[in-house]
Design a protein around this ligand. Structure first.
Ligand code: NAI
Length: 330
C-alpha cells in the first residue's frame, strides 16, 4: 500500500481534507495516509508552523496531498507554503485550468496550463526596512532555475500534446531579471521546434486572458506573475473552488489546490472541495492509482452535471452534502 503524506492545513483545510479522504477511501484506492499538521497553531507547541516532522514525512513518502495554510499578512512568520516548496526544491508549480461540466462562466473551452517557477523571484523573502518610510524587496532570478522551469514547460507541452508555450514577463522594465528569464525560455524553445513559442508582457497577457482566453495554451511565468495570473485563470473557469495545482520537483511532489485557507468561510461547511479533489486525482495518477483517479473524476463530473454544487458555484449544497453526492456516484 502506497504511503502518502496528508498536510491538513488550517482555515477550510481540515474540512476539505476530510471530504477528499472520504471520497478517496470510497474509490477503493489503496493509500496509507501519513497525516501531518502545519500552520500557526503549532508555533506555541512545536516552535514552528512547519515542523521538521512534516518535511521528513514528505521526504520519506516522496508525495503529499496538501490543503491550504494561512500566512499572516504584512507581518509574522514566513509562508509555510513557500518554505515547503523551497525546502523540498519543488521547482515547478503546475496549474491546469479548464472548464468543468455544468459550471457556467463567461468563457467556454478554456484549456490553459500555468507553469509557474516556484523557488525564487520576490518569494526569496529578501526584504529590508531601509528606514521608517521605505522598504525594499529583492527579486532573485537565476539562470539555473529559469532554464529548468522552461525545460519543464516545454517537456510538459510535448508529453501532453500541447501546441504552444507563451513566456510571460515584464522584461521591458525588469530588463535584467525578467530579461534573464525570457532569454532562458528563448534558449530552451530552440530545442523544441515542434512547439510554437510566444513572448507576452504580463500586463498585456492579463488583458488578453480576460478578452480571449482561448488563444492561450501553456503559460510559463516567474513566481509572482505565475501566482497572480493563475488566480486570474481560476476566475475564467468558475473560481478558486475548482482550481487544482501541483508542486513538482525532481525527488518529491506536493499536490494542492490553488486557493488559500478562505478564513471568511472556514468552519461553516461551505467550502468547495473540488479544487482539492482535482489535485488529489492528479496525485492518484502520479502514484499509479489511475483507475481510482478516473472513477473519482467521473463521479465528480456526474455530480456537477446533476446540478449539485456548492455556494461558490451558485449552488446550495454544503461541503459535506456535495461530498456525499460524489460518494453515492462512485
Ligand atoms: P483564498 O484563496 O483563501 O480566498 C479567496 C476567496 O475565494 C475567498 O472569498 C474564499 O472564500 C474563496 N475560496 C477559496 N477557496 C474556496 C473554496 N475551496 N470554496 C469556496 N470558496 C473558496 O485567498 P485569501 O483570502 O487571499 O487568503 C487567505 C489565506 O490563505 C492567506 O493567509 C493566504 O496567505 C493563504 N494562502 C495559502 C495558500 C496555500 O496554502 N497554498 C495559497 C493562497 C493563499
Amino acid at each position: 500500500m502506497k504511503k502518502v503524506t496528508l498536510i491538513k492545513g488550517d482555515g477550510i483545510g481540515p474540512e476539505i481534507s476530510e471530504a477528499v479522504l472520504k471520497i478517496i477511501e470510497a474509490s477503493g484506492a489503496q493509500i496509507d495516509w501519513d497525516i501531518q499538521t502545519a500552520g500557526a497553531d503549532l508555533i506555541e507547541t512545536e516552535g514552528s508552523p512547519l515542523p521538521q516532522r512534516v518535511l521528513d514525512s514528505v521526504k520519506k513518502n516522496g508525495v503529499a496531498l496538501k490543503s491550504p495554510v494561512t500566512t499572516p499578512i504584512g507581518k509574522g512568520f514566513r509562508s509555510v507554503n513557500v518554505q515547503l516548496r523551497k525546502d523540498l526544491d519543488l521547482y515547478a508549480n503546475l496549474r491546469p485550468c479548464y472548464n468543468l461540466p455544468n459550471v457556467k462562466t463567461r468563457y467556454e473551452n478554456v484549456d490553459i496550463v500555468v507553469v509557474r517557477e516556484n523557488t525564487e523571484d520576490l518569494y526569496a523573502g529578501i526584504e529590508r526596512q531601509i528606514d521608517e518610510d521605505s522598504a525594499e524587496s529583492i527579486k532573485i532570478i537565476t539562470r539555473k532555475a529559469s532554464l529548468r522551469i522552461a525545460e519543464f514547460a516545454f517537456d510538459y507541452a510535448v508529453k501532453n500534446n500541447r501546441k504552444e508555450v507563451a513566456v510571460v514577463t515584464k522584461a521591458n522594465i525588469c530588463k535584467l531579471s525578467d530579461g534573464l528569464f525570457l532569454n532562458c525560455a528563448r534558449e530552451i524553445a530552440q530545442k523544441y521546434p515542434q512547439i510554437n513559442f510566444r513572448e507576452v508582457l504580463v500586463d498585456n497577457c492579463c488583458m488578453q486572458l480576460v478578452q480571449n482566453p482561448n488563444q492561450f495554451d501553456v503559460l510559463l511565468l516567474p513566481n509572482l506573475y505565475g501566482d497572480i495570473v493563475s488566480d486570474l485563470c481560476a476566475g475564467l473557469i468558475g473560481g478558486l473552488g475548482i482550481a487544482q495545482g501541483a508542486n513538482i520537483g525532481l525527488d518529491y511532489a506536493v499536490f494542492e489546490p490553488v486557493h488559500g485557507s478562505a478564513p471568511d468561510i472556514a468552519g461553516q461547511d461551505k467550502a468547495n472541495p473540488t479544487a482539492m479533489l482535482m489535485s488529489a486525482i492528479e496525485m492518484l495518477n502520479y502514484i499509479g492509482e489511475r483507475e481510482a483517479g478516473t472513477k473519482i473524476r467521473k463521479a465528480l463530473f456526474a455530480t456537477l452535471e446533476a446540478g449539485i454544487k456548492t455556494a461558490d458555484l451558485g449552488g446550495d449544497y454544503s461541503c459535506s452534502d456535495f461530498t456525499n453526492a460524489i460518494i453515492s456516484r462512485l
